[in-house]
Design a protein around this ligand. Structure first.
Ligand SMILES: [Zn+2]
Length: 323
């Protein structure tokens, strides 16, 4: 199998056996500003390099999985919109299929991170899994019955835009009180900056070297772990809102695992415990019993591992021991 994680700044490509054992791994810059042809050439080159490293020839590859940013149509591999890449309506699956002369399957990068954690990571063995990534924004994916759940028109899994605070702050999507608007790294930093503008939040400000513009979620987390009361309040509130979302998802889907990843989830115990407390308070007994709420295990590799898993799931032409 070959998996490709196409990001705004880098392309991560892996060649692996059918059990996800990575034999070759290549990282190259995307060079999105150099245009579509350049990016396609770089993907093709990275696939060739990964295969070379793995000692595999292209004829022995059963399928290629590709994770791309932005909304897309996974049935045909059409990327509708990827602002990071400057793309609109790019038939990526078709282009790569032609260039690589292999079956290519494309899905959204957050969906593939969910699949990666489900098949090879923290949710290994789970058939029904919800993945939430909290970093600058909040994203996620749903794995139901072992497969990515796309919904009616491909829009499922937008966990960041669950409303958790009806009259909360404005979200980038135009709605107010989305999970992303109250629990993302950006939201945490914005809340701290607002405090500082009122002349408060001095403990946080000192973590940011005294510069308000340098205040990040990381600075808030650092101040919180030092015991700063205002920082603790901000991290706790973000965690609580995450718990509201996680409990709602548990009540709706009864998954066997909820996997949380992204930089903000690594920001210490305060946010994590607030999330767990709120989840336990709101989730209903039968669905809460037995659900594993765990940290993501694959970090930045989740997308490429999910791309490998997608390729493996679509490997219907060749025997299972193929690559
Ligand atoms: Zn939103």
């Amino acid at each position: 199998m070959v998996g490709v994680d196409l990001g705004g700044t880098k392309i991560l490509t892996a060649a692996a056996d059918c059990r996800g054992g990575v034999l070759g791994r290549v990282k190259v810059p995307t060079g999105a500003d150099l245009g579509l042809d350049h990016v396609v050439n770089e993907i093709v080159r990275s696939v060739e390099l990964a295969l070379q490293q793995a000692g595999i020839t292209a004829e022995n590859v059963a399928a290629v999985g590709v994770g791309a940013p932005g909304p897309l149509d996974p049935r045909v591999g059409l990327v509708y919109l990827a602002p990071n890449l400057g793309w609109r309506n790019v038939p990526l699956g078709e282009i790569l299929g032609r260039r690589l002369n292999l079956p290519v399957f494309v899905d959204n990068d957050a969906n593939l991170a969910a699949l990666g954690e489900c098949v090879y990571g923290a949710g290994r063995g789970a058939d029904n899994l919800v993945y939430i990534t909290v970093s600058t924004g909040v994203g996620g994916g749903l794995i139901l019955g072992g497969k990515i759940y796309h919904g009616f028109s491909g829009g499922a899994g937008e966990i960041g835009h669950l409303t958790v605070a009806e009259d909360g702050p404005l979200c980038g999507c135009g709605n107010s009180g989305c999970l992303e608007a109250v629990a993302s790294g950006t939201a945490i930093a914005n809340r701290a900056k607002a405090l500082i503008e009122e002349g408060r939040g001095l403990g946080i400000l000192s973590e940011a070297g005294g510069h308000k513009d340098g205040v990040s979620a990381r600075a808030v987390a650092a101040a919180a772990s030092r015991g700063d009361g205002e920082a603790i309040m901000i991290m706790r509130d973000a965690g609580r809102y995450l718990g509201v979302a996680v409990a709602g998802i548990i009540n709706l889907l009864n998954p066997s695992a909820v996997v949380l990843g992204g930089g903000v989830m690594q920001s210490g115990r305060i946010l994590w415990e607030a999330m767990l407390d709120e989840t336990r308070r709101r989730a209903l007994g039968p669905a809460l019993q037995g659900v594993a709420i765990v940290r993501a295990a694959l970090g930045g590799e989740a997308g490429v591992m999910g791309a490998l898993a997608l390729a493996a799931q679509n490997n219907i032409k060749k025997p299972a021991d193929d690559l």
